[in-house]
Structures are given as structure tokens and as C-alpha cells.
Design a protein around this ligand. Structure first.
Ligand SMILES: NC(=O)c1ccc[n+]([C@@H]2O[C@H](COP(=O)([O-])OP(=O)(O)OC[C@H]3O[C@@H](n4cnc5c(N)ncnc54)[C@H](O)[C@@H]3O)[C@@H](O)[C@H]2O)c1
Length: 252
């Protein structure tokens, strides 16, 4: 099950040292994929590639700004020239900002949507072309529990709105391209044990934990596991869907 031998898998935002993306990338590499570590953080890219290679996996780093059409197209072209295929795209790059709507600037809204939604659109569009030609592809998007219920410890309304937009975009795109062998799904993580969570004062952390039936934050590996499934050949009849990975903090 969940065999990715020699498949080419792009994980955007996988240069973050303690982020979800690095765990996703390592998880695919352990299943035999060639993983493209696509990020703006050059040091982070090197570290993720090194971590994968130390574990006997295959990875290639590409510096990309997902908000730039040229940069994203260059990423897709580089991968196609070297490997001739793109099997999986995980749109993981994302940014957040804690600010109320009263204090929010239009520029804040543009910046958050610029990465979380427009960047996801650009990467998806660029990778869809080779996927369509191959009549096979898996696209998995990182949304968030806040895209379903609003709120969130670390983000504002612009973050929630961008993550809700990801879900609607995925469903619409599923209707357009699923008949061509390409599925597009999302995962909605709740609170995950990343750096930002560790930085939270104990009092605030306790309050958040009270709202999680499982009584703990999720681990990055638990998000990666859901993504691996949605990106697998075995998930062949699932599209336009979303999987909550939130310890029960929100149930549809
Ligand atoms: N951490 C959580 O609790 C949590 C919860 C729900 C959803 N998410 C989502 O999961 C994803 C990963 O979150 P994380 O906490 O690991 O984030 P992170 O901040 O640790 O990593 C994000 C990565 O994206 C990269 N990035 C940002 N802008 C970019 C751009 N323009 N081009 C290329 N790369 C860019 C950064 O360099 C960084 O390496 C995000 O989409 C986030 O919204 C996270």
C-alpha cells in the first residue's frame, strides 16, 4: 500500500525546519518518491534535502516563490526537464498573521491570499499541464480547521478566508479535471505541534487544549499520513474531498 517508487512529488514550503512540509517530504521519500523540496528558504531547502538523503531517500531542492508566475513555471519546467513527470503536488506553503479585522490592512489581506490562495493556484495550474498529458496526477492542498469554522490561535480572518477559498477552489477544480485521472483533495489540520505552538504561553496553550477532545496538539506526522493516503494510487475514487486532522476540535 502507498507505494511511490520513482514518482515525482513536489512539496511546497518544505524547507521550514520544524514545519509540516519537511515531515511530508520525508514521508514521501521513505515510500520511494523523488521529492522536490520547493521553498523560498534556501538554508531550509538544503537541510530538508540533507535529512532525506541521510535517510537513504531521493530529493532535489528548488528555490521558488509561489507568488511569482515566472518562478513557479520555472520550477515546473526544471522538474520536467530533469525527470519528465510530476505525479504529486502538495500545496503546503502558507503564511499566517494574528490580527483583528479592525486593524487589518488591505495589504495584509493581499499578502495572505497571495501565498495561501494565489500561490496555490499558480502551482496547481503549472503542474496540471504535465499531469493532464500523463492522464494521472494527485494534488493535495493544505487548508485548515480555521477555513471551516473561522478562528484559530495564530491567524486572522484573512487566513481563515484564504483557507476556506482553498476548499472551494479544490472542489471546483475537481469538477473540471477529475475525469482525466487527476484528483484534487485537501487536508484541514487543527493545531499542530510546530514551532509556533511551542512558543505559546502555557496559560494560552491550556485554553486551546481544552477545546480539543483528544487533549493534545497533532503531530506533523499525523498530517503527513493523511496526505500520503490522498496522494496514493489507492485513493483513486476520492476527489474534491477534505480530511480533518484535528483531534476532534471540529467535526462536520
Ligand atoms: N502549524 C499548524 O498548526 C497548521 C494548522 C493548520 C494548517 N496549517 C497549514 O499547513 C501549512 C504548513 O504550515 P507550517 O506551520 O508547517 O508552516 P511553516 O511556517 O513552518 O512553513 C511554511 C513554509 O512555507 C514557505 N513559504 C512561505 N511563503 C512562501 C512563498 N511565497 N514561496 C515559497 N515558499 C513559501 C516558508 O519559507 C516556510 O518554509 C500551511 O499552509 C499552514 O497554513 C498549519
Amino acid at each position: 500500500m502507498f507505494e511511490f517508487q520513482d514518482q515525482v512529488v513536489i512539496v511546497t514550503g518544505s524547507g521550514s525546519p520544524k514545519g509540516i512540509g519537511r515531515t511530508i517530504a520525508r514521508t514521501f521519500a521513505k515510500q520511494g518518491a523523488v521529492v522536490i523540496i520547493a521553498d523560498m528558504n534556501e538554508e531550509g531547502i538544503k537541510d530538508t534535502v540533507a535529512a532525506i538523503e541521510e535517510e537513504g531517500g531521493k530529493a532535489m531542492g528548488i528555490t521558488v516563490n509561489v507568488t511569482s508566475p515566472e518562478s513557479v513555471q520555472q520550477m515546473a519546467d526544471t522538474i520536467m526537464e530533469k525527470y519528465g513527470r510530476i505525479d504529486v503536488l502538495v500545496n503546503n506553503a502558507g503564511i499566517s498573521q494574528k490580527v483583528t479585522v479592525a486593524d487589518m490592512k488591505l495589504e495584509d489581506m493581499r499578502r495572505i491570499f497571495g501565498v495561501n490562495m494565489f500561490g496555490l493556484f499558480l502551482c496547481t495550474q503549472a503542474c496540471m499541464k504535465p499531469m493532464r498529458a500523463a492522464k494521472y496526477g494527485r494534488i493535495v492542498n493544505l487548508s485548515s480547521v480555521s477555513g471551516k469554522r473561522g478562528g484559530g490561535v495564530f491567524g486572522g480572518a484573512h487566513y481563515s478566508a484564504s483557507k476556506a477559498a482553498v476548499l472551494a477552489f479544490s472542489k471546483n477544480l475537481s469538477r473540471e479535471i477529475s475525469a482525466e485521472g487527476i484528483t484534487i483533495n485537501s487536508v484541514c489540520p487543527g493545531l499542530i505541534n510546530t514551532e509556533i505552538w511551542k512558543s505559546l504561553p502555557k496559560e494560552d496553550a491550556d485554553k486551546v487544549i481544552d477545546g480539543i477532545p483528544m487533549g493534545r496538539p497533532g503531530e506533523t506526522q499525523e498530517v503527513a499520513n493523511a496526505i500520503l493516503f490522498l496522494a496514493s494510487k489507492e485513493a483513486s475514487y476520492i476527489t474534491g474531498e477534505e480530511i480533518d486532522v484535528n483531534g476532534g476540535s471540529h467535526m462536520d
